[in-house]
Design a protein around this ligand. Sequence first.
Ligand code: ADP
Ligand code: MG
Ligand code: MG
Length: 209
Amino acid sequence: MLSKKQIVTWLTLCHEVLEENKTWLTQLDTAIGDADHGNNMHRGFKKVHAQLSELADKDIGAIFKAVAMTLISTVGGASGPLYGTFFLQAGNKMAGKQELSETDVAAMMRAGLDGVKMRGKAQPGDKTMVDVLSPVTEALEQNINDGMPVIEALAKAVEVAEQGVKDTIPLVAKKGRASYLGERSKGHQDPGATSSKLIVECLYKAARA
Ligand code: ADP
Ligand code: MG
Ligand code: MG
């Protein structure tokens, strides 16, 4: 089970970790994009963080929907609407909840991932955030279905996310700005997959908090 407090902690940690990794994420986006991913993500989660105290009375679904609106309006680029859609769909799925059961955690990730795929039309292997969010969702669904406690399932999800990020390196980008580079996108780690990994890692840390 994850409490609402842990969900708020997750979003707080996202702000901290994206701030710490801002320069790195932007460097990754310098190689195969337009050198703004770290700044985009940091701008968005800084605004989210500033709103968290006002949101604490709302249910988890409503918190996620407010996060979505903030990300859509502040992050910009491709990743703003995509992460916005992730939290919008996760928010719809978690509507009215004051805490998340193990199954809810998997269902939240599934709803978010499906939203990202519908909005951005990327499939696994296209060298995007889907290369992390998709295997993470599958691992969570499987492990939670097998009765694994949420902390352990999230620890596994972090390992899967790390592998997903590494697996983007040899891929040729099929979606987003990096796809304009064609074969030259090979050999570089995808920035959005990297930020997704950081966000999953923060969820694990929040589950342990
Ligand atoms: P922009 O490319 O508009 O500057 P960002 O730099 O913030 O936006 O985000 C780039 C990241 O967005 C990429 O590394 C990739 O992971 C992700 N991305 C781009 N297009 C898509 C898409 N269609 N579906 C899923 N993820 C995408
Ligand atoms: Mg960019
Ligand atoms: Mg940009």
